[in-house]
Design a protein around this ligand. Structure first.
Ligand code: FAD
Length: 431
């Protein structure tokens, strides 16, 4: 008999909750990872940097498991079909995994759970990717929060009163199934190629976190940690990071709370994937001009801070948070293009793409989301530049031609666009 530990967005051995409990409770643990075709087949870019990253991390995990005398079983296909074949091939005792809160993952896990139940096999899932999940942070009436500030206060209070434990795996006493190395399908076999995009290193930069509140808003400097991709795929433990953040800088910890806030919002409101959190905002008659959208995507709007952001994203898979807010506001307010278009573009490009945070960030910028962000607040790209890129260092880096004739004129006048946005929103909300 074997028990299976199924890795998904928790690609590490250390402080991995489900894996830790599997090791405590079972013998002969078969570690499994599935390259999910339902997800991979939808990716247009066959050089997708996230796929390369996952693949490299799977190879690393497999090596680590070899040093434990075991290996990683890596499958490629539809997870339900793969589970059906695993059930035929193995005598399975229990299946362990860590919870995933995205609608697709929840549906998939329910199907797997049912499939296993038919054979009397337990599917045990654990909280791992967040400090507090689902209903752990609720208001006095037991309801989930819809606004960030009270949520974050409650979260912090609970964090201070909870003993957060790191769950180390004991290498000598590990219960992994002893087996020879299992081949991993290559990127090419799955129809992908290695990306050239550089992945930010996995390191907790303590001096940076210490001064995070002073440097985080300036896109020309490395004032943020770039750990997004590592949090997304679990190559870092959020507990480890949050404990460090708590010691070093509360503003940084607050960002990790935003992450959990949006995951909680998505969990309780899966409809936000394609609907406004505030339903009345679905009446906005977006202009959705395709040429305008193309200019935005390519960083050719004639607004240097917007263009710098989009070019940074296209070249590196990263965009600074301040600039994400500016470009998202520009798309939805200045151009009146549906936030879902911008969200989908970010989803294709961002290394740290996370459905919950991306959706939350876009709905915040469009004014359709949680927090009471009044719709008449339209970011002015020039005053944002004045505040956050005063010396134009960021702009000069990404838009070197910004002061020449080769650079396009602003595609829309700020004052005109601002008034048009406010009028359009007002009408839609009163309709
Ligand atoms: P740091 O500033 O070093 O923060 C550390 C970590 O905290 C981040 O890696 C992230 O996990 C979390 N975090 C920080 N800010 C936020 C935030 N506002 N909301 C939620 N989590 C946060 N973040 C994503 O992780 N994935 C996305 O797809 C994403 N899309 C966004 C789209 C828009 C329109 C906006 C305005 C924001 C988006 N964010 C997203 C939030 C934020 O911009 C990024 O988390 C941050 O820029 C990542 O850089 P970093 O790792 O250096 O973050």
């Amino acid at each position: 008999k074997v028990s299976i530990f199924w890795f998904r967005r928790d690609l590490r051995l250390d402080d991995n909750t489900g894996l830790y409990y599997a090791n405590n409770q079972e013998k002969n643990i078969l570690p499994l990872f599935i390259f999910d075709r339902n997800i991979l087949d939808k990716l247009e870019d066959k050089k997708d940097a996230r796929v390369s990253f996952i693949h490299s991390q799977i190879c690393r995990l497999s090596e680590e498991l070899t040093s434990y005398g075991s290996s990683l079983m890596v499958k490629y296909g539809n997870p339900i079909e793969i589970w059906q074949t695993l059930l035929d091939e193995y005598d399975i005792q229990t299946v362990y995994t860590n919870r995933d809160y995205e609608p697709y993952a929840r549906e998939r896990d329910e199907m797997v759970r049912k499939l296993l139940q038919e054979r009397n096999i337990q599917f045990l899932d654990f909280k791992d990717q967040v400090i507090f999940e689902k209903d752990e942070i609720v208001n006095g009436s037991g309801e989930f929060y819809k606004v960030f500030t009270p949520y974050s206060k409650n979260w912090l209070e609970k964090f201070k009163n909870t003993k957060i434990q790191m769950l180390s795996l004991d290498k000598k006493r590990n219960q992994f199934l002893r087996m020879a190395h299992i081949e991993i399908p290559s990127l090419e076999e799955m129809g992908f190629q290695k990306s050239d995009i550089e992945i930010p290193p996995l390191q907790i930069d303590r001096p940076l976190i210490q001064k995070y509140d002073q440097v985080r808003n300036f896109p020309s400097i490395k004032g943020t940690t770039r750990l997004g991709i590592h949090l997304r795929f679990g190559t870092i433990s959020v507990r480890k990071l949050a404990l460090e953040a708590y010691k070093l800088n509360e503003t940084y910890l607050n960002e990790l709370i935003w992450r959990e806030f949006y995951m909680m919002i998505l969990y309780h409101n899966p409809q936000v994937v394609d609907k406004a959190f505030k339903p009345q905002y679905d009446h906005i008659p977006w202009r959705n001009n395709e040429e305008d959208f193309k200019k935005w995507c390519e960083g050719q709007t004639g607004y240097p801070i917007v263009d710098a952001g989009m070019r940074e994203l296209n070249a590196t898979g990263f965009m600074h948070n301040r600039v994400r807010m500016i470009v998202a506001s520009f798309l939805t307010k200045h151009l009146l293009i549906d936030w879902r278009w911008g969200e989908a573009y970010f989803a294709k490009k961002l290394l740290d793409y996370e459905l919950a945070s991306n959706n939350g960030g876009w709905q915040w910028a469009a004014g359709t989301g949680t927090d009471a962000q009044p719709y008449f607040r339209v970011f002015n790209p020039d005053s944002q530049t004045e505040k956050f890129d005063k010396e134009l260092k960021y702009i000069k880096k990404w838009v070197p031609e910004y002061s020449t004739l080769a650079y396009p004129k602003p595609m829309v006048d700020h004052k005109f666009a601002r008034e048009r946005a406010i009028e359009t929103y007002k009408k839609a909300l009163n309709s």
